[in-house]
Design a protein around this ligand. Structure first.
Ligand SMILES: *[C@@H]1O[C@H](CO)[C@@H](O)[C@H](O)[C@H]1NC(C)=O
Ligand SMILES: *[C@@H]1O[C@H](CO)[C@@H](O)[C@H](O)[C@H]1NC(C)=O
Length: 390
């Protein structure tokens, strides 16, 4: 009798230890699903490999809610650049090379860390086309074997999720970070169109609000880069038509020219001092050929007074670009001044004790208030006027 009991005790102790271990590690392992059938539809990554996603099943009262989070990772704007991307070992051009991504921040299954979405069905739409899922070119040049089919990949992944239960969703949120945040804006109304009108559908763009602003040379040099992406990938027909009927398709890759036409509620989460934009828009190599801004952008403590003034002008330009989303309270925003890029995937920024707060709310709380319409949430940090490390 006592022997059995002690065996049980050992068993229980082992289980408790494993649970404790999992709790402290806190990381859910979510395998990659490959959609082989996408190939027959021509929905493929840059290298011709099939689309992929990671799905963590919902549970409890979250089983009928879906979060689709679009992975980021820049773009490719030339054939050469896209050929290189096919081979990158982060899998941004091929589902044959994709490492598993971790579910943290907005994707976490921990209630304390992610109270609004922890038990939803949570998906990472894996990025492998280099065009924020907008490309669609039928021809494939046999010399390079490059496929520009991002828009088809987006559709095939959404259709697959629909067949896995997303068609019955009560709540659905399209999110994404960086190039994925931009994709969330560009595809927001299209995503909404997949659902019946009874589903609450919204979109959030994290660090995806790439602003059309003057760079250090006083020009809009980044415009050419977006124009090249859109031209190479044949994106024009998948960009919001309200915009493309009014201006060149390259400009319709900029959120500020597209958001006035988006009907679905959208939340802009961005730093006014997004590091990516500071590096590649404000002070790109073309905009700052002498590298006068390099030391300052790499370490804010090295910035001179005129450089800090230039930063503030950038912030003003950025805030002006954000005003394009208008005053409708169905749209939300959390615009802080942390010198960073992507805050929803990064646990300490999303809801940690030291997370940035606006009006006493973390990003997680602000997004929750907006999504569930507990209150409107449109906050811009007016307290810190300078970029700072958070
Ligand atoms: C996922 O998390 C593990 C454990 O913290 C880490 O070792 C790994 O590098 C992470 N993977 C990615 C792709 O970030
Ligand atoms: C939004 O409201 C502000 C202040 O009330 C106003 O100055 C601005 O013109 C409004 N913007 C739009 C797009 O209606």
């Amino acid at each position: 009798m006592s022997k059995v009991r002690s065996k049980e005790w050992v068993k229980c102790t082992v289980i408790v230890c494993i649970l404790l271990f999992l709790k402290t590690e806190g990381l859910e392992e979510v395998g990659i699903t490959i959609i082989e059938s996408g190939v027959a539809k021509g929905a493929v990554c840059l290298d011709g490999s099939p689309p992929a996603y990671q799905l963590a099943k919902g549970f409890g009262d979250g089983v009928n809610n879906w979060l689709v989070h679009i992975q980021g990772g820049g773009w490719c704007n030339t054939v050469e650049d896209c050929v290189y991307r096919k081979t990158m070992d982060n899998g941004l051009g091929s589902s044959k090379l994709m490492p598993m991504l971790n579910f943290t921040g907005i994707l976490s299954n921990e209630q304390e860390q992610n109270p609004n979405f922890y038990n939803w069905n949570r998906v990472i739409m894996r990025y492998c086309d280099g065009s924020s899922f907008t490309g669609d070119v039928e021809e494939v040049d046999p010399a390079t074997n490059l496929y520009f089919r991002g828009a088809r990949v987006f559709n095939v992944i959404i259709e697959e999720l629909m067949s896995k239960g997303m068609n019955d969703a009560q709540n659905a949120l399209l999110s994404g970070c960086s190039a994925g945040g931009l994709a969330s804006i560009l595809h927001c109304d299209k995503f909404k169109g997949f659902f019946p009108s009874s589903t609450r559908v919204k979109c959030i763009a994290d660090a995806g609000y790439f602003a059309h602003v003057k760079d250090l040379s006083g020009e809009y040099r980044f415009e050419k880069y977006y124009n090249d992406v859109v031209t190479l990938h044949g994106s024009a027909k998948y960009l919001p038509s309200g915009c493309t009927s009014n201006m060149t398709p390259g400009l319709c890759f900029y959120p500020q020219f597209v958001v006035p036409y988006i009907k679905t509620p959208i939340f802009i989460l961005n730093s006014a001092y997004d590091t990516w934009q500071v590096y590649y828009i404000l002070s790109s190599n073309e905009a700052d050929p002498q590298g006068n801004f390099t030391k300052c952008k790499m370490d804010l403590n090295e910035c001179s007074t005129p450089q800090l003034q230039r930063f503030q002008d950038f912030r003003s330009d950025f805030l002006y670009s954000v005003s394009a989303i208008g005053n409708d309270s169905s749209n939300g925003m959390f615009i802080n001044t942390c010198y960073t890029h992507c805050q929803s995937e990064f646990q300490p920024a999303w809801s940690g004790n030291d997370a940035s707060k606006l009006d006493y709310k973390t990003i997680s709380e602000g997004v929750g208030d907006w999504f569930y319409e507990k209150s409107e949430f449109r906050k811009i940090d007016d307290e810190h006027k300078l970029p700072h490390y958070c």
